[in-house]
Design a protein around this ligand. Structure first.
Ligand SMILES: Nc1ncnc2c1ncn2[C@@H]1O[C@H](COP(=O)(O)OP(=O)(O)OP(=O)(O)O)[C@@H](O)[C@H]1O
Ligand SMILES: [Mg+2]
Length: 327
């Protein structure tokens, strides 16, 4: 079929751990998901659930002392985790680019905006003349709505929203296949955030980007993502289309997460919260990691971990409420 989606990223049974003095933080445990060409996938979950660790691993980057303990990350048929350093350096930014969680710390305070762009371009392609590189920068600045005079400015002279735009520009300047955006709107006010959302949708259309959007902002994923993967304590609990996740969430964790979003159209005397807190990832619970907080917990949940299974068309969840118990 001509319009059949092609998978460009296939993460298979990925586990990542941080060995520390008191044990091992199992930050990502047996995570699998795919990303199709041109698709926007939202990765949501509470703080500390492993979203950034997972996002960084797609570029084979880890914060020390993190390391991948199992799994594969297949990008167009090649396992990123077994790529040579040379291939990785060529791949980062050119094939897969990332907007890191803290835009200020990701920019060099001693470099002007122009130098950030020129160094990025020349790093990937030394054959670019200064004129050709500046022409490419002009094009992206126009798309991002950044005035040319900003090129001579340093990061400390820019507002949070402008730094965010520069980061997006740097991520997109080499026209990557996949953009990983880690909490891209946390430093932005609601008006700038709305502008960012529109911009991302426009860039996606213009550059045919595939996007992994990491956030705990459910409103943002609702606007941008085609599909949503819900993470909890290092594991994926549910993956479905954005519509399905909001209309028919299967996992009690997803249901809790959605219930916690305040709705100004419905009179609520108190804000809904989720009782308890995420588990210690050095010593996670046996069985389902959400079991200690789950309002629908059953005996099996405390002894055996459920795997992701399809319970409705293109809708997978890791939950014994719907699963076969004999496996
Ligand atoms: N360098 C490190 N050493 C030890 N543990 C770490 C390190 N970096 C992260 N962790 C732990 O790994 C887990 C996942 O962290 P991560 O930053 O990936 O979460 P996150 O979902 O991105 O959180 P947030 O929403 O706050 O950005 C957390 O329990 C965290 O404490
Ligand atoms: Mg993070």
């Amino acid at each position: 079929m001509a319009d059949e989606q092609k998978t460009i990223l296939d993460v298979q049974h990925l586990s990542i751990a941080y060995p520390i003095s008191i044990g091992v933080v199992r930050a990502v445990e047996d995570v699998s998901f795919t990303l199709d060409d041109g698709e926007a996938l939202g990765l949501v979950g509470e703080s500390g659930c492993g979203k950034s660790t997972l996002g960084l691993s797609i570029l084979k980057l880890q914060r020390p002392p993190g390391r991948v303990t199992a799994g594969k990350i297949m990008y167009r048929g090649t396992d990123i985790l077994s790529m040579s350093d040379k291939s990785l350096l060529a791949m980062r930014g050119r094939s897969i680019a990332m907007i890191f969680q803290n835009p200020l710390t990701s920019l060099n305070p001693l470099f002007t905006v122009e130098r950030h762009f020129l160094e990025t371009i020349r790093y990937h392609d030394a054959a670019y003349s200064r004129e050709k590189a500046l022409a490419a920068v002009q094009t992206i600045l126009a798309v991002l709505g950044i005035e040319k005079k900003r090129l001579k400015e340093y990061p400390h002279q820019l507002s949070g929203g402008m730094r965010q735009r520069i980061m997006i520009g740097l991520a997109l300047i080499m026209n990557p296949d996949i953009l990983i955006a880690d909490e891209p709107t946390t430093s932005l006010d609601v008006i700038v955030e709305a502008g960012f959302t529109e911009l991302l949708l426009e860039l996606r259309r213009l550059y045919k980007l595939s996007i992994i959007l990491i956030t705990h902002n459910l409103g943002l994923v609702a606007e941008i993502a085609d599909r949503i993967a819900v993470m909890y304590a290092g594991t994926i609990m549910e993956i479905a289309t954005a519509q399905e996740i909001f209309d028919h969430p299967l996992h009690p964790y997803t249901q809790g997460l959605i219930n916690c979003v305040p709705n100004i159209r419905v009179e609520q005397k108190e804000l809904v919260t989720m009782p308890g807190s995420p588990p210690d990832l050095v010593d996670p619970p046996v069985g389902c990691r959400f079991a200690p907080r789950c309002p629908k917990v059953m005996d099996i949940c405390r002894v055996k971990s459920p795997s992701l299974r399809e319970h409705a068309p293109a809708h997978v969840a890791a939950c014994w409420l719907y699963g076969k118990r004999e496996d």
